[in-house]
Design a protein around this ligand. Structure first.
Ligand SMILES: [Fe+2]
Ligand SMILES: [Fe+2]
Length: 300
């Protein structure tokens, strides 16, 4: 882990710094994901990585004792969560988190112009960003398959929630930017806590534990970059508002996934979100992700 001292993601930045960082991110993201396949909502390098995982499968030594418990609860929790084993709870939580992401990006993809009609660096960045998010859903699906769950269906949310997700990307940028940034930050916070749970819950399944970590790393590296990128859309007032949004957003979102209360320390997640500063990232992540220049340590 690095001992370098990065700054808070809520650090203020000038418009000039932010414009420079958009240009820098655009170079980064094209190299990071490779060619965009618009029709497939996919990226060349991400697709190759997923294919590697699919072609080199790892499976549980001890299959889930009761996979029906997962299938009964993964779309909507029916059983008392205290009656479920921790791995089943964890897999349900992963599905539900990814499902929200899937619904959100489908709605955003449909209102966003195709790359051919993107005429600014910001809109191009956002198009690739969305394609990356679709890759994440495929990686989450691969996590579930790794645990033997190959009959998972991606099911829409309730009509009201679907509508909220359809309205969200149509909001003007000055309203949308702070919540969009906080949802990225919430993702990173969740993934860090999820990573720790793999160690705890899969202690007896070293192969699957390591595979799930690799799959999650693929996502987290992108998401850390998204946190910086979405932060870069926000000015001085917005970034203060964003910090206030962390607690209500995290609280409301995780309330909707009841499994998380059994597995995660939500107040700690909120504190981690409010204090997020890129320190503590493993070196292999720092090498591959992107951090805004104004959050990097000053060069002596
Ligand atoms: Fe994502
Ligand atoms: Fe993201």
């Amino acid at each position: 882990m690095t001992e370098t001292h990065y700054r808070s993601v809520f650090t203020d930045a000038t418009l000039q710094q932010r414009n420079h960082n958009f240009d820098d991110y655009w170079l980064f993201t094209q190299n990071h994901g490779g060619e965009l396949f618009e029709a497939e909502k996919d990226l060349a390098k991400k697709r190759a990585r997923l294919e590697y995982f699919q072609n080199n499968p790892v499976r549980l030594r001890q299959p889930l004792a009761d996979s029906q418990a997962f299938y009964r609860n993964y779309v909507e929790l029916k059983d008392d969560p205290k009656s479920l084993d921790r791995l089943t709870l964890l897999l349900c939580a992963i599905y539900k988190f990814a499902r929200h992401e899937w619904v959100g990006i489908k709605a955003a993809w449909d209102v966003h112009p195709d790359m051919a009609d993107c005429h600014t660096v910001q809109t191009k960045i956002s198009r690739v960003h969305l394609a990356e998010e679709f890759c994440h859903v495929r990686l989450f699906d691969e996590m579930l398959k790794t645990c033997g769950l190959d009959k998972v269906e991606w099911v829409p949310l309730s009509p009201v929630k679907e509508k909220i997700y359809r309205i969200f990307p149509r909001l003007p940028d000055f309203i949308l930017n702070a919540p969009a940034f906080v949802t990225e930050l919430m993702g990173v916070t969740f993934y860090f806590h999820l990573y720790d749970q793999f160690d705890e819950i899969l202690a007896d399944e070293p192969e699957v534990r390591e595979r799930l970590k690799l799959l999650l790393d693929e996502i987290t590296i992108d998401e850390v970059a998204h946190v910086g990128q979405r932060r870069n859309f926000i000015g001085s007032t917005g970034i203060k508002i964003a910090k206030y949004l962390v607690k209500p957003f995290y609280t409301g979102f995780f309330k909707d996934i009841p499994e998380t209360a059994e597995l995660f320390d939500i107040p700690q997640m909120i504190r981690d979100g409010e204090a997020f500063d890129f320190n503590g990232l493993h070196d292999h992540m720092l090498e591959k992700t992107w951090i805004p220049s104004y959050c990097k340590p000053a060069v002596a």
